[in-house]
Design a protein around this ligand. Structure first.
Ligand SMILES: O=C(O)CCC(=O)N[C@@H](CCC(=O)O)C(=O)O
Ligand SMILES: [Zn+2]
Length: 347
């Protein structure tokens, strides 16, 4: 690695460089900022920021922030790129180690959710399954896992947190919501609830089993406090109203700087908590899904409503109303068609 090189041409941003080199493997490179912070680019679309040893890390944490695991979910990519511009311009010092990931650069260029296979089903080793062998998304998921493991190992003394930022395909009755991956026996820490509220995320959905998403990998295998965060609706690059994403931008900047939480972050607001009661899977031949294609996330269904059936099984809403999130019948056999959820209460 060449310590005197710069990460990208001065006219380029991290996003420009990632899009221009999406399917290339430019050599790893590193840049040192005037305050001693180093930024390395081990892979295209991945930056590791290491504050100078003399810097304080008052929150005692290391942060992974990922965007673009789905290539058409552009607003979080633009938000994180903006924060990286601020770091490179030396606008403020970084206090904690950061691993910043643009997940799927070729899909970002294509403006598609994915090219061959949904990358957010390939973590926790799923990238190694025979069916995915040789696919670029599987290779990329494996590389990202390795970088996360190394990052976690290097900063084992710090609290590891991961925020995987997305936008949703459909409208939502709750615009912003977070998913908390399932890990046996754990509870969401209060300070994470406060952070979500600080980021204008007022709804939390508790997963009921571990999966092969990026955030499930960092939770289950690296012991991170991780969340997938849905921040609004999918739009192409340049068509996002970034004012709607100010909450996540400002709260992440605050964490990167190592500032304390704002005193007012969580007061007067509460987090609505939902739990997953049923995961709808495409069971294959004969599978019929009765939720319309264009239904908004968090649309509620009355007890007894038939949600799906195949030749031998079906699912009806239980004794209290349930809502749907992520309805999508266009998924391969065995994959998630949607989640049925139920409100638990507020925190
Ligand atoms: O809007 C949709 O249908 C999908 C939005 C999206 O990409 N959601 C994530 C959620 C990941 C999780 O369950 O933690 C995904 O489906 O990968
Ligand atoms: Zn997504």
């Amino acid at each position: 690695m060449n310590a005197s090189s710069v990460l990208f041409d001065s006219s380029d941003s991290w996003l420009d460089h990632t899009l221009a080199n999406a399917s290339e493997s430019p050599a790893p490179t590193m840049q040192r900022l005037p305050d001693g912070t180093t930024i390395t680019r081990p892979l295209v679309g991945v930056l590791e920021v290491t504050p100078a040893a003399t810097h304080q890390n008052p929150n005692g944490e290391a942060l992974i922030v990922s965007v673009g695991v789905h290539g058409n979910e552009t607003a979080p990519i633009e938000v994180l790129d903006g924060l990286v511009n601020e770091i490179l311009a030396d606008d403020w010092p970084v206090a904690c180690p950061l691993l910043l990931v643009m997940g799927n650069p070729p899909a970002m260029v294509a403006g598609e959710r994915f090219i061959d296979v949904n990358m957010n089903r390939l973590f926790s080793g799923a990238h190694g399954r025979d069916e995915y062998r040789g696919l670029p998304e599987a290779t990329r998921a494996s590389q990202i896992e390795s970088l996360c493991r190394e990052f976690a190992h290097r900063h084992a003394a710090l609290a590891l947190n991961h925020y995987d930022l997305h936008t949703a395909i459909r409208p939502s009755h709750r615009e912003k919501f977070a998913l908390y991956p399932f890990v046996e026996g754990r509870q969401v820490p209060e300070r994470q609830c406060d952070f979500l509220l600080e980021a204008d995320v007022e709804t939390l959905l508790l997963q009921h089993k571990a999966g092969t998403t990026f955030s499930s990998f960092t939770s289950s295998e690296l012991g991170a406090e991780s969340f997938t965060i849905e921040l609004g609706k999918v739009r192409p690059f340049g068509q996002n109203d970034l004012a709607r994403f100010a909450g996540i931008r400002d709260s992440l900047r605050r964490r990167f700087r190592g500032d304390p939480p704002p005193a007012s972050a969580a007061d007067r607001r509460s987090l609505s908590v939902f739990e997953v009661v049923h995961e709808i899977l495409n069971t294959g031949e004969g599978f019929r899904f009765f939720i319309p294609d264009d239904v908004a996330n968090f649309t509620e269904y009355a007890p007894g409503t038939l949600i799906w059936e195949d030749g031998s099984r079906n699912y009806r809403v239980g004794a209290v109303p349930e809502a749907i999130v992520f309805p999508n019948r266009e998924v391969p056999i065995g994959q998630r068609v949607g989640l049925m959820i139920r409100e638990q209460g507020v925190r």
